[in-house]
Design a protein around this ligand. Structure first.
Ligand SMILES: [Zn+2]
Length: 419
């Protein structure tokens, strides 16, 4: 018997990734342990029906810290060891603390490009461009076969070069490429924007310059590329970026892993807004000194100050901040602008209603770019890897694009394939 692969989940849908590789020795490895995107809040992540949790696994390899790739950890056996990047573990633990959970599995770190043996499996992680910080494609060599798992990736973010590097130096003889296909469009759907962060930066600069009032921006704190884009646009336009405490904490925790804007820089263009709810949250997750730390570096401000000099500020906007903003007199007016800088679908969800209400008087803008590769880049990536077999995951329209990918073998969740 040789190597077999089973996609327990994400064979035909976006998110919830859980892929098993079974070696001839019977030892097995999991690629990602994700939470399906449609799992209702408060419900523990369901274990895929076909995944056997009674036998050990040699390791769970996590490509990155998005919950649709790691949210299943909470329900998997605590003895199963986790392998991931160092910064990924930091983000995992922070996300767990925020939702009053803990990661119980032991974590072992890898380094990009450095070979790591796990039982009969030889792992080579390759850092790749994605909207999640510290995302990897994973090469797995076992029993004379080479498997490449793309994880989630793109080629238009601030680290696009990493994706092109992998395309320029692919593994030799890829027997199976397991690749994401998030942005393959359904016949009737609108294409998601895949403009570069540099383009977005220019768009933000123009907006910040021509706006008379405050600019509120809704973006994800863990989308580090976007935080950097906004910070740079503030530098260029003379405005001050005002993230909340959580966003500033993410930057501080990731300090060892990249040159990211920090309170310690004492930059005139970066100041965290201190609000009651967020301060309480900092205490709850054991970061009660964080506000003092920001004050020490002159990087904290009260929300009240945002009511004056409106032309100065670019302010983080999320539902959990609105009450505290209103209490301090921040009431959006016609001259203000609200920018949505996340996936548009979230805007239509019920949880966004408080934002719509709060920003009703403002001008609205949509400035965003996808965290995933365009259909064109997906094709080029697959061509560059020259796989004997392409196993599609993390996409809802693979079947419609079958003709564009040679060697494509669409699978059903739970189905096994021998290499
Ligand atoms: Zn992702």
């Amino acid at each position: 018997m040789g190597v077999s692969i089973c996609i327990h989940r994400s064979a035909q849908e976006i998110g919830g990734n859980c892929i098993e590789i079974l070696a001839s020795t019977g030892e097995r490895l999991l690629l990602d342990a994700g939470r399906p995107l449609d799992t209702p809040e408060g419900i523990p992540t369901p274990i895929p029906a076909t995944l056997d949790t009674t036998k050990p696994v040699s390791g769970i390899l996590l490509s990155h810290a998005h919950s649709d790739h790691c949210g299943l950890l909470e329900t998997l056996p605590v003895e199963w060891p986790v392998y991931c990047g160092k910064a990924t573990e930091v983000l995992l633990r922070l996300a767990a603390a925020m939702s009053q959970k803990t990661i119980k599995q032991p974590c072992v770190h890898w380094e990009s490009g450095k070979f790591l043996p796990i039982g009969p499996f030889k792992i080579t992680p390759r850092l790749i461009d994605h909207s999640s910080f510290d995302a990897y494609a994973l090469q797995i060599d076992v029993d004379g076969k080479t498997i490449l798992y793309s994880g989630d990736f793109r080629a238009h973010g601030r680290k696009a070069k990493l994706t092109f590097d992998l395309m320029d130096t692919p593994p030799q003889h890829v027997d199976a490429l397991i690749m994401e296909g998030t942005n393959l469009p359904k016949p009737d759907s609108i294409l998601k924007a895949t403009r570069s962060e540099g383009d977005l930066q220019e768009q933000f600069i123009s907006l910040f310059r021509e706006s008379r009032g405050r600019v509120f921006v809704s973006w994800a704190s863990t989308n580090i590329d976007r935080t950097v884009t906004l910070y740079k646009a503030c530098q260029k336009s003379g405005r001050v970026l005002v993230p909340d405490l959580y966003c500033m904490l993410v930057l501080k925790l990731l300090k060892p892993y990249g040159r990211l804007p920090q309170a310690e820089w004492k930059s005139r263009h970066l100041r965290a807004v201190v609000t009651n709810k967020m301060s309480y949250l900092m205490e709850r997750i054991g970061e009660s000194d964080f506000v003092e730390y920001l004050k020490k570096h002159q990087s904290a401000m009260s929300a009240r100050a945002l009511a004056e000099n409106p032309e100065k500020w670019v302010i983080m906007a999320r539902s959990s901040l609105l009450e505290d903003y209103a209490a301090k007199g921040i009431i959006p007016v016609e001259e203000d602008t609200w920018v949505w800088s996340m996936w548009q679908g979230y805007l239509e969800e019920a949880s966004s209603k408080p934002l719509h209400d709060f920003f009703a008087p403002c001008r609205k803008k949509y400035i965003h770019s996808s965290g995933h590769a365009s259909a064109d880049v997906l094709r080029k990536f697959a061509d560059a890897m020259k796989p004997k077999l392409l196993l599609p995951v993390h996409g809802a329209a693979w079947k419609e694009h079958q003709g564009a990918f040679s060697q494509l073998r669409p699978m059903a969740n739970g189905q096994w394939i021998d290499l």
